[in-house]
Write a protein that binds this ligand. Structure first.
Ligand SMILES: Cc1cc2nc3c(=O)[nH]c(=O)nc-3n(C[C@H](O)[C@H](O)[C@H](O)COP(=O)(O)OP(=O)(O)OC[C@H]3O[C@@H](n4cnc5c(N)ncnc54)[C@H](O)[C@@H]3O)c2cc1C
Length: 292
C-alpha cells in the first residue's frame, strides 16, 4: 500500500493510526489486542514508529511483520539518527522483503543514553536520509512537519524551508506534529503552499489521555496548550482517569470535526497504544456522518 497514492485520490478523508512497538514480550499481548480493536474501525493504514539510534529496530520490525501477516495496511517508520548507511539499508531491505511499500522517514533525536555513539556517517537531517533512500529504493516516502515549528528550528520559516527540501528529496506526504489549536495547522498549510510545498499535509491528532502525559509531551514537542484547554485540564487536577479521558475525547472530537469541515485530506491519530479514546472519537465522527 502506497500512502502517497491514497491522499488526493480519495473520496473520503484518510484515517490512520500510529503505534509504537511493544517494549517487551509482556507488552506484546496487550499491543496486538489494541491493534485488533482499532483495526475494526477500518483505518486506511496503520503505522509503527522506530526508536532513534535503532533502539526499537527489532521490535518495530516484528510489529510491522505481524501486522502485515494480519493483512493490515501497514507503514513502517525509519528514524535515521546515529545509524550508518549500511544500518539503514539493512533495515530497509528487511521491510522490502516483507512487502512494505511506504516508509515514513524521520531523523529522530539523540537517545538520552550517554553511552550511545552515533555512527560517524549517520545522516544529519531527514532530508539527507530521504535523498539516500530515494536513490536506492522504490518506497513511497512520508515525512514529518511541525505546524508550530520544530523545537530546534531557528524559525518557523526556516523549518518550512527544510520541509520543502524533504519534499524535493522524495517525500510524497507530510504528517504534522499534533497541535491543539487548528488555526496553527491551517496557517502552516498556507505558509507551506506559499513556499512551494504541494504534497498533502495531514493533521496529527493526540487525544488527551492523562494530564501528566499531555503536559510532558507538549513540553517535549513544543505544542502549545491553549489557555482555555489549560484551564479545563487544571480543573481536573484531582479528577480520576476516566474524567480526563472523557474530556480528551470531547476535545479531540471537536477538533477533528472542525478539521474535517474545513476540508483536511485525512486524520492521523497518535494512539499511544491505547484503543479506547480513538475508538470513541472515530465512532462519534462516523455517527455524525463526518467519516465513513
Ligand atoms: C508524525 C511524526 C512521527 C514521528 N515518529 C518518530 C519515530 O518513529 N521515531 C523517532 O525517533 N522520532 C519520531 N518523531 C520525532 C522526530 O524524530 C523529531 O521531531 C526530530 O527531532 C526531528 O525529526 P525530523 O524528521 O522532523 O527532522 P529534520 O527534518 O531533519 O529536522 C530536524 C531539525 O533540523 C532542521 N533542519 C532540517 N534540515 C536542515 C538542514 N538541511 N539544515 C539546517 N537545519 C535543518 C529542522 O528545521 C528541524 O529543526 C516523529 C515526529 C512526527 C511529527
Amino acid at each position: 500500500m502506497r500512502v502517497g497514492n491514497l491522499y488526493g485520490n480519495q473520496t473520503e478523508p484518510i484515517v490512520s493510526f500510529e503505534f509504537f512497538p511493544p517494549r517487551d514480550e509482556k507488552a506484546e499481548k496487550g499491543f496486538y489486542t489494541v491493534v485488533d480493536e482499532l483495526a475494526t474501525l477500518n483505518p486506511d493504514y496503520m503505522s509503527v514508529t522506530f526508536g532513534a539510534g535503532g533502539s526499537t529496530r527489532e521490535g518495530s520490525f516484528q510489529a510491522v511483520k505481524k501486522m502485515m501477516e494480519k493483512k493490515l495496511p501497514t507503514v513502517a517508520y525509519l528514524a535515521g539518527f546515529g545509524l550508518s548507511p549500511d544500518d539503514i539499508t539493512g533495515v530497509l531491505d528487511r521491510y522490502k522483503a516483507l512487502g512494505v511499500e511506504t516508509i515514513f522517514v524521520i531523523r529522530g533525536d539523540e537517545p538520552r543514553n550517554d553511552d550511545f555513539k552515533p555512527h560517524p556517517e549517520s545522516f544529519s537531517y531527514a532530508s539527507d536520509l530521504l535523498g539516500f533512500i530515494c536513490d536506492r529504493y522504490d518506497f513511497d516516502l512520508g515525512c514529518a512537519g511541525y505546524p508550530e515549528g520544530h523545537v530546534q528550528a531557528e524559525s518557523l520559516e526556516k523549518d518550512i524551508e527544510c520541509l520543502k527540501l524533504k519534499q524535493d528529496k522524495g517525500a510524497r506526504y507530510v504528517v504534522a506534529q499534533y497541535f491543539y489549536d487548528n488555526d496553527y495547522f491551517f496557517s502552516y498549510v498556507d505558509q507551506c503552499r506559499a513556499s512551494g510545498i504541494t504534497v498533502p499535509i495531514i493533521p496529527g491528532i493526540m487525544p488527551i489521555y492523562t494530564v501528566k502525559l499531555t503536559n510532558m509531551l507538549c513540553k517535549l514537542c513544543g505544542s502549545v496548550i491553549p489557555a482555555g484547554l489549560k484551564g479545563r485540564l487544571d480543573a481536573l487536577a484531582t479528577a480520576d482517569a476516566s474524567e480526563v479521558a472523557a474530556l480528551g475525547v470531547e476535545v479531540a472530537f471537536e477538533q477533528c470535526r472542525d478539521l474535517l469541515v474545513r476540508g483536511v485530506d485525512g486524520l492521523h491519530f497518535y494512539t499511544m497504544d491505547r484503543s479506547g479514546s480513538v475508538t470513541s472519537i472515530v465512532q462519534r465522527l462516523k455517527e455524525q456522518g463526518l467519516l465513513k
